[in-house]
Design a protein around this ligand. Structure first.
Ligand code: ASP
Length: 466
């Protein structure tokens, strides 16, 4: 019952020295010390005063300092929590994958160059001067070889290395859940990965709702991006018909006219902000951006006088617009209004990324190719092994730009979480795709010879994701 001043000091010292990672030990010690105030303390090792407080106040410390003393930074409760959370998520993923019959295989780190398109890190070979290993940008080729090898449900939490510019969600080295399955449709892949994602989300304390599915075309059409954030409205609306016979020059004859209604935002956007938005729209390729602030009796907008009464009324009713709303319109070929308004929609309405609820979706049916205007050739949208949609195979000969791919992304709150495809397992289709991508026969055997050889021995239909 007697608490001595020195035991109080000791328990304070213990709480500094033994942070969250040893909570039981800390409680046990201070209890022991409180009860037996005559106990002695043995110093196991003397320590310097840390260069910053080992608590939440370290969040204010310069990041470089935290990184230099990472071992002290990680003593903090928040960092401890993050690392433990990551471990629980990985463990939940492993359990979910194993329960579904997936086999974990670790693929090599010193590899020949792989053809996925990211810049690779290379390692000089000591034994063969002048030759280099690549570090894997992903285990793509290995997992496809594993399908030929009969490991028909493979997974790995794989380390990948890409020598690409840093971004908020991208660094040189990262881990991904990497999986591949034989004899599957894309729905089978979605189901298996959906189960792992739900398990991972639950391990992180989230309860994700249903994972909905939309096509790439619908995503672009309604949200203007291929990774839509479903947490807010402001959907893109088709206005081409509204302005079908218009005399307003900026809209007349346009292939596609689309708009968004930023409900109640008119007052938030003064002249400077609207100019900045217009500048951004033009930088993205639009000829201009039309803005209209909805007022009680019409529009406050430099273009209001060019719209007929019927057009103005149709515009209001299409958007159910009321005073205080802000309508933005772009007219051009289909892709430009989509992309420009998609960006503006995100700028205007997107909540901070960590804010729930968590809205997951699959985006499917991406185009197989993307036209590279600079190089005047087709690029693979995903990678050269992506299977075209069965119905679209004839279009490879006639209209490659229209071919849809059996390719899919998992998106959460506007972020791409995963990406994958059903692969080409037939050499005739593969040859056609290589030709369209402008990869010569010599290049094909140089770069992909090992996988093409393997495919000659009965590659099963397969697909995967990471
Ligand atoms: N290899 C791809 C990637 O790392 C994913 C996949 O297609 O499975 O992004």
């Amino acid at each position: 019952k007697v608490v001595s001043p020195s035991s109080y000091r000791i328990s304070r010292i213990l709480s500094v020295l033994l942070p969250a990672r040893a909570p039981y030990w800390r409680t046990a010690c201070s209890t022991a010390i409180t009860m037996r105030w005559d106990c002695s303390v043995e110093v196991l090792n003397a320590a310097e005063a840390p260069p910053f407080p080992v608590n939440e106040r370290a969040d204010q410390v310069a990041e470089n300092t935290r990184l230099q003393y990472r071992y002290l930074d990680i003593r903090r409760e928040r960092m401890q929590r993050n690392i433990r959370l990551r471990a629980s998520v990985n463990s939940a993923i492993r359990r979910a994958m194993e329960e579904q019959g997936f086999v974990e295989v670790e693929t090599p780190m010193l590899v020949p160059s792989t053809p996925e398109g990211a810049r690779e890190f290379i390692v000089p070979s000591r034994q063969q001067p002048g030759s280099f290993y690549a570090l894997p940008q992903s285990p793509q080729l290995f997992k496809q070889l594993l399908m030929v090898a009969g490991i028909d449900r493979y997974y790995q939490i794989a380390r990948c290395l890409r020598d690409e510019d840093l971004r908020a969600d991208r660094q040189y080295e990262f881990m991904q859940l990497d999986a591949e399955m034989s004899f599957v449709s894309q729905d089978d892949v979605h189901r298996a990965i959906g189960n792992a994602v739900v398990a991972a989300a639950r391990a992180a304390g989230q309860e994700p709702g249903e994972i909905v599915k939309i096509t790439w075309h619908e995503a672009m059409n309604r949200f203007g991006v291929d990774k839509p954030d479903l947490r807010f409205g402001i959907e893109l609306t088709e206005l081409t018909d509204v302005f079908a016979g218009t005399e307003f020059k900026a809209f007349a004859g346009a292939a596609c006219i689309k708009g968004i209604n930023a409900v109640g935002k008119a007052d938030d956007y003064g002249r400077n902000k609207l100019d900045a938005m217009t500048y951004k729209a033009k930088k993205m390729g639009a000829k201009g951006l039309v803005w209209l602030k909805v007022t009680a009796d019409g529009f406050d907008s430099p273009v209001a006088k060019f719209l007929s009464e019927t057009e103005s009324a149709a515009l209001r009713s299409t958007f159910n617009a009321v005073a205080g709303d802000l309508i933005l319109i772009v007219a051009d070929e289909w892709m430009t209004p989509c992309e420009v308004l998609g960006q503006l929609r995100n700028d205007i309405g997107r909540p901070p990324v960590h804010e729930g609820p968590y809205r997951y979706l699959w985006v499917v049916d991406f185009p197989l190719f993307e036209w590279n205007e600079e190089e005047k050739r087709w690029d693979a949208e995903h990678h050269p092994f992506t299977m075209p949609h069965h119905e679209d195979i004839p279009l490879l000969d006639t209209d490659p730009g229209k071919v849809r791919a059996l390719c899919y992304d998992l998106v959460c709150n506007g972020l791409e979480m995963a990406s994958g495809s059903i692969r080409i397992h037939r050499s005739d289709i593969q040859a056609k795709v290589f030709n369209l991508l402008g990869i010569s026969e010599e290049d094909q055997s140089d770069r992909f010879g090992h996988i093409l050889d393997a495919f000659a021995y009965g590659a099963p239909p397969h697909g995967g994701i990471a």
